[in-house]
Design a protein around this ligand. Structure first.
Ligand code: GUN
Length: 294
């Protein structure tokens, strides 16, 4: 059967948003403001190093100042909290990002609480999560915001649609529920959440006009779990063994792309779907922070 699904190109959509951001950065520059993002990496987790490098590089591309802090794996909680206090007070820094996960001697909840919510461009601070839930303006965490933009900019407004989200993480599933059920443009969806304790998950995912897979299990969503003509957003990033690749591995999402793409209206690929959007939304939040402070 031919593959008829529309591929939602996250790279292209991210590029369009970055173009808009460049214009905004230029406008701020005329007012003497250069957006600044502090990117804090603690330890040497390989995946975190890759993400942090990409975030710093994107700052450079857009004309955003990146203030880089690389702390050793044995860094104390005190030292990190002291750094955050300094960054909270630093007028050149509009956004603060502490890459997760943190080494085990550091309480990440305490660290997130220490960040000034007005500089919390990751949207992880409980104040921002609370504001999101109550529909007040706030920083929205980057992956959920990226999923929403992918839908809107490919012509799939979630309003009135049944969105089924698989996964209930604090950084994707939970904030995405709040975002898509919001009484606001880009929201107004009917949202159902499934997770590892959901009974007969396929019966529920099959009801989704829009299905978001964000549970972190490689190729979990099979063709019989999706409704014909659905729109599928795959948040998963999983490295699996592949002997045909030079590296010995390849990236797959949480959706069985080859099978599911035969049945649906549109789908995001992995890589090249949600991934490029996450960093772009971080940059958008940083520019928004700079605008607020300016
Ligand atoms: N680790 C994995 N994803 C993220 C993210 O979006 N932000 C931060 N700070 N750490 C992460």
């Amino acid at each position: 059967m031919p593959n008829t699904a529309k591929i939602i190109d996250g790279k292209l959509i991210a590029e369009a948003i970055r173009g808009e951001l460049k214009d905004e950065v230029a406008m701020l520059a005329r007012r003497g403001v250069v957006p600044g993002l502090a990117v804090v990496l603690v330890g040497n987790d390989a995946a975190s190093e890759v993400y942090v490098r990409a975030k710093r590089k994107t700052c450079l591309e857009l004309g955003i100042n990146s203030f880089d802090y690389d702390l050793p794996p044995d860094c104390t909680e005190r030292r990190l909290l002291d750094l955050i206090r300094d960054l909270n007070e630093d007028g050149r820094v509009h956004g603060i990002l502490v890459q997760m996960p943190l080494p085990k001697q550091i309480d990440s909840g305490k660290v997130l609480l220490a960040i000034d919510p007005r500089k919390d461009v990751d949207g992880f601070h409980p104040v921002n999560l609370g504001k999101l839930l109550s529909g007040e303006p706030c920083f929205v965490s980057c992956t959920p915001a990226g999923c929403q933009q992918l839908l809107l900019r490919s012509g799939y407004d979630p309003a009135g649609k049944h969105v089924v989200i698989v996964g209930r993480s604090n950084i994707v599933g939970k904030p995405l529920v709040a975002l898509l059920m919001q009484k606001a443009p880009g929201g107004n969806a009917t949202v159902t959440v499934c997770h590892s304790r959901t009974r007969d998950i396929a019966a529920i995912t099959r009801q989704g006009d829009i299905l978001v897979a964000a549970m972190g299990v490689p190729e979990f969503v099979k063709a019989d779990m999706v409704k014909e003509g659905a729109v599928v957003i795959d948040v998963g990033v999983n490295r699996v063994p592949d002997a045909t690749k030079k590296s010995g591995t390849r990236l797959v999402g949480d959706v069985d792309f080859a099978a599911v793409s035969q049945k649906v209206e549109a789908i995001t690929p992995v890589p090249g779907g949600v991934g490029p959007m996450t960093i772009t939304m971080l940059m958008k939040n940083t520019v928004q922070a700079a605008r607020t402070f300016a």
